[in-house]
Every structure is written in C-alpha cells, then in structure tokens.
Design a protein around this ligand. Structure first.
Ligand code: GTP
Ligand code: MG
Length: 307
C-alpha cells in the first residue's frame, strides 16, 4: 500500500468545516458503546524511558482495542523476533492486572476478540536483546471524544497523561505516533451525523496542534472498518481493491485532518493514510474472524518508517 498525497491548508489547524448542519441539542449516547468502568480519577503512570509510543486515538467503539490486538498478534506471530508484553505498571488496579494477563493470552489466539471492558492497555514491544522498542497504548474512547458530552467537545482538555507521554522531561520530547481513527460507521454514525463528526474532527485537530505540529511526533490517519458495505465494497479482510476510492471517501468526510506543515518554502503532507480492517464480526457479537496480515503488516511498516 502506498502513502497518498493530498492538498490542504497549512500551519495551525482551526476548524473550517464545510458542512453546516445544526448541532443536535441532545447529548449523544449509544447502547452499543460500553461506558468506561475506570474511575475518572485514575491516573495512568507513564514509563519514564524514552522508547517511542504508539497511541491509538479514537472515539468509543471505533476499533482501538481490535487494532491493538491485530498489530500485537501480527508481531507475536511474525517471526521478527519481538516479544509482546503487557506493561503492568500503567495502572495499579486489580482490573488492569487481569486485563494485562488476558491480553497476553488473547494475542496468541487468532479469533478471540478483545473484551470490550478493557479501558487502558499498555503493550511493550521488546526486541531479541530485551530492549523496549515501543510502547503501544490503548485508552478509553472517552479520553479522546466523549459522546455523552459531545456538546462540550472539543473544548474538554486532554488528560494529563497524554502530556506526560509527549514530554519525557521539560527538555526532552518523546517521539510518538498518534494513530487517529477516522471513525465513520460506529454507533452513533459519524457518517450520517455531520455535526457530531465535525466536533470529533476539531478534537483531533486540537490533538495534532498540541502534540504533533511542533514535536518530533507523527500522525497516521487510519480508516478502520473498510470492510463494511458503506465503503462501497472497496476492501475485504484480505486487502483493498480500490485505495484511491477509500482515500477520497475519507477526505470527503474528514477534510481537515489531512494535515500539512510548512517546510522551507513548501507545504508538505504531515500524515500517513492507511485503510484498515481488523476482521468481520457476526451480529450476535460472540466472536469474529480476524483479517489477513496485510493490514497489520502495512501499519507496522509505516510505524517503523515514522520513527
Ligand atoms: N466490520 C468491522 N467491525 C469492526 C472492525 N473493528 C472493530 N469493529 C467493531 O467495532 C467494535 C468495537 O471495537 P473496539 O476495538 O472494542 O473499539 P474501541 O475503540 O476499543 O472502543 P472503546 O475501548 O470502548 O473506546 C468491535 O466489537 C466490532 O464489532 C472492523 O475492522 N470491521
Ligand atoms: Mg477499547
């Protein structure tokens, strides 16, 4: 899969959404979206080493846990010599310790879903010499976009731990790859609710301005769930048949996330775009069939290139 170029505006991004649908006055909640069981006062403890982070950013149910599982399972089975280890120091709660143990079992099993009760999960990727190559972080969707407080979004500030990830010490910034999920088809549908979608878009622009624009960090725009029929059957679990159609579709719905940055006299793309499919899911939610390795392999390849 290739990186695609786009044209867009430059510098610090402000919301300039093209659609003007009136904002629904009612806060949005969904029965399909699990509420986080972690207390809002819980403060994740970020490791103080300087290994790069990969942070999965997306609203509830956009697929962060399943992308993490896909990537971790791929690396576990890839023969590239990595060990995947859940980092138990992130949260000192009994639930988190159980989630860590379960995670290490789940990544070894092809068709087992991540339980939707997982709030935080920090996975360490360790090379053959025992060095931590990267930390992968999944956090609750509410930390990136709160559906029940959607009217206040995007002005709700990011949680403190995200600052700690980006800034190791006052003088030392960390390299972070932020995977922004271009969610359109979770419940409630951002595809069919432009007002809500634009709030999420602005929140992700805020994230970019705060953590990427003036930092050594990078953004991957990940269009997950490309297997769904809404995407015009441009992809299935084995791969993508029409990448440019998927790209155009993503850009139509999230025009302001295709970031550019000024370099000398030019505006250069400051994102990597990738389609993704974690698998197919029967309606009863019981299990799933994992997608082929093409998606996690491409994602891993891009992450490594961005470091
Ligand atoms: N069709 C399809 N459905 C997907 C895909 N990835 C995830 N899903 C569906 O989305 C649901 C939510 O995925 P999760 O990975 O739990 O979402 P999340 O972003 O971690 O959600 P929170 O942790 O609640 O913020 C899954 O249970 C699947 O039903 C995909 O690639 N294709
Ligand atoms: Mg999750």
């Amino acid at each position: 899969m290739e990186n695609l170029n786009t044209e867009n505006s430059v510098g610090t991004f402000n919301f300039v959404g093209g659609e003007t649908a009136a904002l629904d006055e009612k806060p949005v909640a969904s029965n399909d979206v699990k509420r986080t069981s972690t207390s809002p006062n819980v403060q994740p403890q970020i490791p103080s080493d300087s290994a790069p982070f990969v942070v999965l950013c997306g609203p509830p149910a956009s697929g962060k846990s399943m992308v993490l599982k896909s990537l971790a399972s791929y690396l576990y089975k890839s023969g590239l010599g990595y060990t995947i280890s859940a980092n138990t120091t992130l949260l000192n709660t009994e639930k988190y310790q159980v989630d860590c143990r379960d995670f290490e079992e789940i990544i070894a099993k092809t068709d087992e879903k991540m339980p939707n009760t997982v709030d935080y999960l920090l996975a360490d990727i360790i090379d053959g010499r025992g060095n931590v190559v990267a930390h992968f972080l999944e956090a609750p969707g509410e930390d990136f976009f709160n559906l029940t407080k959607s009217l206040q979004e995007p002005n709700i500030p990011f949680k403190n731990y995200l600052d700690k990830i980006a800034q190791i010490t006052p003088n030392k910034q960390r390299k972070v790859v932020y995977i922004i999920l271009l969610d359109l088809d979770s419940t409630p549908s951002f595809r069919n609710n432009p007002a809500l979608r634009m709030k999420y878009e602005q929140k992700m622009i805020n994230l970019y301005n705060r953590y990427v624009l003036h930092h050594p960090s990078k953004v991957i725009l990940l269009y997950n769930k490309v297997d769904l029929p809404q995407n015009g059957l441009w992809a299935n679990t084995s791969g993508v048949s029409n990448l440019s159609a998927i790209f155009a579709n993503a850009k139509e719905f999230y025009p302001n996330l295709f970031f550019k940055k000024r370099f000398l006299f030019w505006d250069i793309e400051n994102y990597t775009f990738l389609p993704f499919c974690t698998g197919t899911y029967p309606d009863d939610g019981s299990s799933y069939t994992a997608s082929g390795p093409v998606y996690p392999a491409s994602l891993w390849e891009k992450i490594v290139k961005l470091w």
